[in-house]
Design a protein around this ligand. Structure first.
Ligand SMILES: [Zn+2]
Length: 165
């Protein structure tokens, strides 16, 4: 069997050899008009839902990392959380990893963070852009000094582990 390219989070139909998992996203965003306390209340509801349904939670986060980490600490969810479209610096990556949160990198990743992120904790995605994900896998494999197939396998294993596929 050919191992699919996991395109973790995308709003476009995936290409033939791709598989997308985390399309529904929840979170907090300072650019949104909704006041933060309201966003937090809604987010907490989605955390509970994810726990009740036994489904991983895909997190959208724009300049609200502290809030997300605080909520996680308070709620102590058992389901995996995956921060999608992560562009943050190594320091932010470290706080996510220490909290046990998976990270999905898109086309605009921070190179240093990507280099630091263990393969066991990462995903790749194209998000808003209608483009195949294969070149991103090639690029990341090269940066990490592994073959593209190894990277594809690793991320496929992560996907199977989280989504029981
Ligand atoms: Zn998002």
């Amino acid at each position: 069997m050919t191992i699919p390219y996991i395109n973790f989070h995308t709003h476009h139909p995936v290409y033939e050899n791709e598989l997308s998992l985390g399309c529904e996203e929840y979170g907090m965003d300072r650019r949104w008009e909704t006041p933060l306390p309201e966003q937090e209340a809604a987010f907490r509801k989605h955390v509970l839902e994810s726990e009740q349904n036994g489904k991983p939670l895909v997190i959208h986060c724009v300049r609200t990392l502290e809030d997300i980490l605080r909520i996680r600490k308070e709620m102590q969810p058992l389901q995996p959380w995956i921060m999608h479209g992560f562009r943050g610096k190594p320091q932010q990556l470290q706080s996510l990893l220490s909290a046990g949160i998976y990270v999905s990198f898109g086309l605009h990743y921070n190179k240093e963070s990507l280099m630091l992120c263990p393969l066991e904790m990462m995903f790749l995605e194209t998000d808003d852009i209608a483009t195949p994900i294969e070149p991103l896998y090639k690029e990341v494999a090269q940066l990490k000094g592994i073959s593209e197939v190894t990277l594809r396998k690793k991320i496929w294993e992560n996907a199977r582990h989280l989504y029981h596929i």
